[in-house]
Write a protein that binds this ligand. Structure first.
Ligand code: LLP
Length: 418
């Protein structure tokens, strides 16, 4: 693919230079049409049985995205009271929210219990805590299907090397605790990890998971979690996940299980990355060109505080280069660059030894696939400010959906500045 932003008309009626001049950089820019299309794709994933797709808001909790998810009829899953509060304020009804708790306090559990929000417990210890707080209640249990998958060991959440979920050998103990407090386990969920491009391990995990699910008599839903990958190397031809064949396989597995289980059941998934990642690019400016020990550096305002994935996981994000609002092509000559940010760490690297069109100072770098785990993992490291976010609407026009932080925002947390 020569250019993602050109092929998709990503910037609508504008261009990155106009956006950078109007809103500043670094700037997260979303495209509403792509976002809505991804939501619809995920909602149509399973057709043979009752099905809902929960948008996993840890991926991106911008209120505008949440309202669009609601408008598209999605449910949602949350990891914290903060995420629940965002969903409620975006307008999600309590019964559309699934709280997937992990190692949380009584206060956090009560926050969900008081609002009647379905909660998943992922250890015998947390189930006991929940039972004490909400005897005779309903809840879900997160199971470990024994198979994990993901782009990095840090994001694999099933199998042996993880803190998450109840292992198969602990299920009996969990059932005993449920009995002790008269808790009804009405749902089981799994999440095996983030980013698979081949659905085989996911489908294998689902088969294992459904075997375990059979041992629960009161189920109203089963939830397969997220993990659907996107092609981060699309500029060099990486293919998208084959959604059609994944969908066919899921239809078959779910249809069979629904028959065997014999009671009405809703099937769920929790996609995050698949929905948000490709709907967003991150624009930054090149302020420095320099050579050190034979390496050509491009110094930008996209530090690890703005997009941490490359420095945290070694993740790859494709980059396009724009000059005066026009995209540069490789045909005009390329060089190999190490693209870095403005943070005081040598590990502040966005892309290492990356072949790009020859970069000039003040060019714009457009970092693709930044909508998932981009803004939400950004920080104030070095007392730098969080970026602004803009959305190109279906009408092709940009509008601000989160203002840039100010230095005053940082002072607001100190008692003497209240
Ligand atoms: N459900 C649960 C319980 C999860 O823990 C996650 C992600 C999801 C759903 C959504 O997974 P997705 O569809 O987005 O793969 N920061 C890492 C990814 C961490 C994923 C955490 N859990 C990254 O930037 O790659």
């Amino acid at each position: 693919m020569e250019s993602f932003t050109q092929n998709t008309k990503f910037f609508g009626d504008t261009n990155p230079e106009v956006l950078a001049k109007s809103f500043g950089t670094p700037l997260y820019v979303y495209n509403e049409s792509i976002l809505r299309e991804r939501m619809r794709q995920m909602q149509g994933l399973i057709r043979s049985v009752p099905f809902t797709a929960n948008y996993s808001i840890k991926t991106n909790s911008n209120l505008t995205l949440l309202r669009i998810a609601l408008d598209e009829g999605m449910n949602a899953d949350a990891m914290s009271p903060g995420e629940i509060e965002f969903l409620l304020r975006a307008g999600f009804p309590e019964n559309s929210i699934f709280y997937v708790a992990n190692n949380v306090s009584n206060e956090e559990l009560l926050f969900a219990i008081e609002r009647g929000i379905m909660t998943s417990l992922d250890s015998v210890s947390q189930l006991e805590r929940f039972g004490q707080l909400n005897p005779n209640g309903k809840c879900a249990l997160r199971l470990n299907p024994g198979v994990g998958a993901g782009h990095h060991e840090k994001v694999i959440t099933a199998g042996k090397k993880t803190k998450f979920a109840v292992a198969q050998e602990d299920i009996d103990a969990a059932k005993k605790v449920a009995q002790k407090y008269n808790l009804k386990i009405v749902g089981v969920n799994q999440h095996i990890g983030s980013l698979f491009m081949d659905a085989t391990p996911y489908l294998q995990a689902i088969e294992n998971f459904l075997q375990l699910a059979k041992g629960f008599e009161d189920l109203e839903f089963v939830d397969f979690g997220g993990g659907f990958g996107i092609p981060y190397r699309k500029l060099s031809g990486e293919n998208a996940l084959d959604i059609e064949s994944t969908s066919t396989a899921l239809d078959r597995i779910c249809g069979k299980f629904a028959k065997e289980y014999g009671k009405p059941l809703v099937f769920k998934i929790e996609p995050g990355r698949y929905i948000a990642a490709e709907s967003c690019v991150l624009i930054g400016r090149a302020y420095t060109l320099k050579q050190n020990a034979g390496v050509d550096y491009v110094g930008t305002d996209i530090g690890m505080n703005v997009l941490v994935r490359p420095s945290m996981y070694g993740s790859w994000h494709d980059i396009e280069v724009y000059r005066d609002g026009k995209i540069l092509s490789n045909d005009d000559g390329t060089s190999s660059y190490t693209v870095v940010g403005n943070i005081c760490e040598t590990g502040d690297i966005l892309a290492k030894d990356r072949v790009l069109p020859n970069v000039h100072e003040n060019d714009l770098l457009v970092v693709l696939d930044s909508g998932a785990y981009g803004f939400c993992m950004s920080s104030n490291y070095n007392n730098r400010l969080k970026a602004a976010e803009v959305m190109i609407g279906c009408d092709g026009q940009p509008r601000l959906i989160r203002r840039r932080q100010t230095i005053e925002d940082l002072f607001r947390e100190f008692p003497e500045y209240q």
